[in-house]
Write a protein that binds this ligand. Structure first.
Ligand SMILES: [Zn+2]
Length: 238
């Protein structure tokens, strides 16, 4: 961390005194270098997916201090996702998944203890998730029409609630038996996201629905930016 670079506006002539207090002549902010450095470390650990309890031990910080930064980052991520949202378009994979359960539940029904997630993935693009109450046709169509452009090409499996998608665009459903025969008709991209997210969600076993939504948006963001420098992105976000 460079003492001369203001952490708020990145101006390159911030001045520090012997007590470690920094003053930035451009944005006029004053802050403690030590605190800023500590915050930078917490953000870095968050970006590296180190759990808050472990990070607090390694950094010799109070667990609550670290946890609060982590949660605030998740809120900022969710806010940014919402702010930057634009409808998915082109070729879109659609699929649903249950999180948090041990056994496979009856699809389309509220499986106890599990959280239903509806995912949409733009081919070669972004993934976007929503949390519908169930997989009834109305819920599915509502979620898709609010987040995907009309006239897109939709790839799904053969679940009944997806059958009416033809009214909103071009619908191609994959037949599992022919899965490998059909070149473009697949939902492999979304299946990749499900395993990415499920593997990480295991750490948060038994969290509340409110927290689940926040963690899911975090994972969605991480997935969409997986080829980028997350430390930099999260630091700027803060
Ligand atoms: Zn500044």
């Amino acid at each position: 961390m460079d003492r001369r670079k203001c952490i708020f506006c990145r101006y390159y002539r911030a001045r520090g005194n012997s007590l470690g207090r920094i003053y930035c002549p451009r944005c006029k902010r004053r802050y403690s270098f030590k605190r800023a450095e500590r915050l930078g470390k917490i953000i870095e650990y968050f970006a590296l997916e180190i759990p808050a309890n472990k990070a607090s031990k390694v950094l010799h910080l109070n667990y609550k201090t670290v946890y609060r930064v982590y949660q605030r980052l998740r809120e900022k991520i969710a806010g940014k996702t919402k702010e930057e949202f634009r409808k998915l378009s082109g070729e879109i994979e659609i699929d649903d998944a249950y999180f948090g359960g041990r056994r496979k539940g009856n699809r389309g029904r509220a499986a106890s203890g599990k959280t239903l997630v509806l995912g949409m993935l733009e081919r070669d693009g972004r993934v976007f998730t929503t949390l519908p109450e169930n997989l009834e046709l109305g819920q599915v169509l509502d979620a898709i029409s609010r987040h995907a452009e009309k006239g897109s090409v939709f790839y799904t499996d053969q679940f009944r609630s997806y059958k009416s998608l033809f009214i909103y665009g071009r619908h191609l459903s994959l037949n599992h038996a022919e899965k490998f025969a059909n070149g473009r008709v697949h939902i492999n991209g979304l299946e990749g996201f499900w395993s990415f997210a499920k593997e990480r969600m295991l750490k948060y076993h038994g969290i509340s629905k409110k927290h689940f939504a926040l963690y899911l948006k975090e994972l969605e963001f991480r997935y969409n930016h997986r080829k980028q420098d997350l430390i930099k992105i999260f630091t700027e976000l803060w």
